[in-house]
Design a protein around this ligand. Structure first.
Ligand code: SF4
Length: 397
């Protein structure tokens, strides 16, 4: 089986589930990497690696879903709960524009006090103030939450949000798209596998492009990680609506899952590179695979460019999600571009549709470096040790 799988991967042929499993579990890491790099080169022969300047804003941490891998949420009524005001969001957009960004990645908890009208008002206010600014917002579980609260079908919710200014949907909340795993992670209630895929199908039919994600390293098996990828490949065959796939490892600090199931260690960098590589081989209908340097660090992020990734994701301006659960890594545009170029690739800015926008902004004009990161450091957020003494927020979407 392994030899047949290796031959098919070398030829660029589509892999079956048993063939993918043989490669994932038995192929040497450097062989997997070479196969994934060759698959990346077939799609991106120009050796261009892209990145986007945007900002990850978590508009609320109040959430009724209570996933056990999440350290970000606060229960309704918690003194630590928050909802950002529109003016706070405008200020974040102003900062994003000042460093050359043109998009917000806007996600949050399932807050029962925010009806669909709140999102419509926010999107309309953003578009009125910043007509060209893009909103990559509301992962499938958030769309489902809004649809349940409004007692309105998902396609109707998506149409209303598009009319208000929604430009695309991030692929958060997928975790592992296998219901056995979702039940163990307490995320089956927020979205079953079919519901998550159903929201994406509706979004694609409505003309939106979306991303897809996978969080691994909890209770899933290797077969279940692959099943997740095959479900995505099937939907991509059907709609062609996914722009990119992003995978990252579970960040255990301050989570119930860590405390109750004893999962205290993050998956290794080698596991990450193998998972990324097999994703490039299985997801033969996805153009783009992002490096998850936020969870893996800059140098593993750089190495990921040799294991199938062709995109470095987002320049770090603000991130509350994985930072709260222990991820320690931040890079601004200068550092991201340095890592891309040191690996022998050409760095280019892109938009949410992965259209190349141009050369790095910092080579065209002066931009402030590390806005919120600088503030966080000034406030003493200097490393993992400091974080472990101070519970923080996280979200996976
Ligand atoms: S992962 Fe998202 S849906 Fe789950 S508890 Fe955290 S904020 Fe809520």
């Amino acid at each position: 089986m392994l030899q047949r799988a290796l031959d098919k991967a070398r030829a660029g042929d589509r892999l079956s589930r048993p063939e993918a499993l043989a490669l994932y579990t038995d192929a040497p890491t450097q062989v997997l990497g070479r196969l994934a790099d060759a698959a990346r080169a077939r799609r991106h022969p120009d050796r261009v690696v892209t990145y986007i300047i945007d900002r990850n804003v978590n508009y609320t941490n109040v959430c009724v879903a209570r996933c056990n891998f999440c350290a970000f949420y606060r229960q309704v009524g918690s003194a630590e709960g928050y909802v950002l005001g529109f003016d706070e969001i405008f200020a974040k957009i102003d900062e994003t524009i000042s460093v050359g960004g043109g998009q917000l990645l806007l996600q949050g908890g399932h807050n029962p006090d925010l009806p669909i009208g709140w999102y419509e008002d926010l999107f309309r206010a953003v578009k009125a103030r910043y007509p060209d600014f893009k909103l990559h917002a509301l992962s499938p579980p958030e769309i489902l939450h809004i649809s349940r609260m409004a007692q309105m079908p998902v396609p109707a919710v998506i149409e209303r949000l598009i009319a208000a200014g929604l430009d695309s949907i991030p692929g958060g909340g997928a975790e592992i798209l296998v219901d056995r795993v979702r039940k163990l992670l307490h995320c089956y209630g927020k979205a079953t596998t079919d519901e998550w895929l159903g929201v994406m199908r509706s979004a694609h039919h409505a003309g939106l492009r979306t991303t897809a994600t996978m969080m691994y390293g909890t209770v899933e098996t290797a077969e279940e990680r692959l099943e997740h990828m095959f479900r995505l490949r099937d939907l991509q065959d059907e709609t062609g609506g996914f722009t990119a796939f992003i995978t990252w490892s579970f960040q255990p600090d301050h989570t119930e899952l860590s405390q109750e199931h004893g999962i205290t260690l993050e998956a290794t960098g080698v596991d990450y590179l193998r998972t990324l590589a097999i994703a490039r081989l299985v997801l033969d209908n996805f153009d783009n695979l992002q490096s998850s340097w936020v969870t893996q660090g800059g140098k593993v992020g750089q190495l990921s460019l040799l294991f199938g990734a062709n995109d470095m994701g987002s320049v770090m301006i603000e991130e509350n999600v994985v930072r709260a659960a222990g991820a320690a890594y931040c890079m601004d545009e200068v550092e991201i571009v340095g890592n891309i170029e040191d690996a022998g690739f050409t760095a280019r800015r892109r938009n949410m549709h992965y259209d190349v926008l141009g050369d790095p902004i910092f080579r065209q004009r002066d931009v402030p470096r590390m806005l919120s990161l600088a503030k966080a450091r000034a406030q003493g957020d200097v490393g993992k040790e400091a974080r472990s003494q101070e519970p923080r927020l996280t979200i996976d979407e």
